[in-house]
Design a protein around this ligand. Structure first.
Ligand SMILES: [Zn+2]
Length: 311
């Protein structure tokens, strides 16, 4: 209910903003962005993919800014204004952005190319117990699938392809450029996959522990198993019972490293690591840009660190 009210209020403010300053529409646009395809994305991985394919021919703005939690984000009037001025809007899909449908309904931009990046991905259906349902909380508007597709290098390729197609549609003159960049990026994703598929095949222990259950797709790619402090939607500090279970899991599976995410209960991860005598190490969900690293760098580091922790 509260979410709906906030969104309704943002819409009213947004319409007010449009009426108030339509004459200075492009005033704040950087002159070096002139002639580039204006792309608005919901959050960081989509920015990474769009820039990998579009390079200097695109100007990409992310609605969820760095350091913000992508899972419980609510758009503001200024965000809607950005989308209303864009050529392309890219979102992840699979319920990651519960605000998208309502937001797009109030955007007055008939030429906007809308990209659901999850089109044609092989989505993972969520188990009932992946998410502790709270009957009294009507703010849960998640879909039935795990949205973390960008953490699979295989699904990332599909997302980048959907984005490439939209760029070609928006800017046909540069079709060859986008095609070439996409092939290059897809090739690097394949290389990364092949390198680590080989490595993970050779290790016996397949278990790792992290901040929130974001890595189901990465696990599927490489035959691994994740356990986590927070659930798929990064909701809720864990109960003492959950912590007890995790402690036992770590001991049973000889967990030597507990991975810590900047935006998902880092303190609890630290406590858990201390409790079981494990080392603490950063892992990137890429939901926000961290340490200035791009997608490939973050994924390589994730894979290397998981591999080192279990080999
Ligand atoms: Zn997440």
């Amino acid at each position: 209910m509260f979410r709906k009210l906030v969104l309704a209020l943002a819409c009213v403010l947004f319409i007010g903003t449009l009426a108030g300053c339509s004459s200075e529409d492009n005033k704040d646009e950087n002159s070096s962005d002139k002639g580039k395809v204006q792309v608005v994305v919901s959050f960081n991985p989509l920015k990474e993919f769009t820039e990998a394919v579009g390079k200097d021919k695109v100007n990409v703005i992310s609605i969820v800014s760095d350091g913000m939690e992508a899972h419980d984000f609510e758009p503001k009037a200024k965000d809607m204004e950005k989308i209303s001025k864009a050529k392309i809007f890219v979102y992840n899909g699979l319920g990651m952005e519960s605000w998208v449908e309502d937001t797009l309904q109030v955007i007055d931009n008939r030429d906007l190319i809308i990209v659901d990046s999850s089109k044609n991905v092989n989505a993972i259906k969520m188990q009932e117990d992946d998410h502790e349902e709270d009957e009294e909380d009507d703010e849960h508007e998640h879909g039935e699938f795990d949205p973390h597709i960008w953490l699979s290098v295989k699904e990332a390729k599909v997302q980048a392809l959907n984005i490439k197609n939209a760029l070609v549609q928006a800017d046909q003159a540069n079709e060859d450029f986008y095609q070439k960049n996409y092939q290059e990026f897809a090739g690097k994703l394949d290389e990364l996959y092949n390198e680590y598929a080989q490595k993970f095949q050779e290790v016996q222990n397949k278990h790792f522990v992290t901040g929130h259950a974001a890595f189901a797709y990465l696990c599927r790619d490489f035959g691994l198993e994740q356990n986590s402090v927070e659930d798929v939607f990064a909701e809720g500090e864990p109960t003492p019972k959950r912590l007890q279970e995790l402690t036992e899991y770590c001991k049973e599976n000889n967990i030597k490293v507990v991975f810590m995410e900047e935006l998902a209960s880092p303190k609890v991860s630290e406590t858990l690591a201390n409790e079981v005598g494990a080392k603490i190490q950063t892992i990137y969900t890429i939901e926000s840009k961290e340490d200035g690293k791009d997608y490939l760098q973050s994924m390589r580091e994730n894979l290397e660190n998981i591999y080192t922790s279990i080999k």
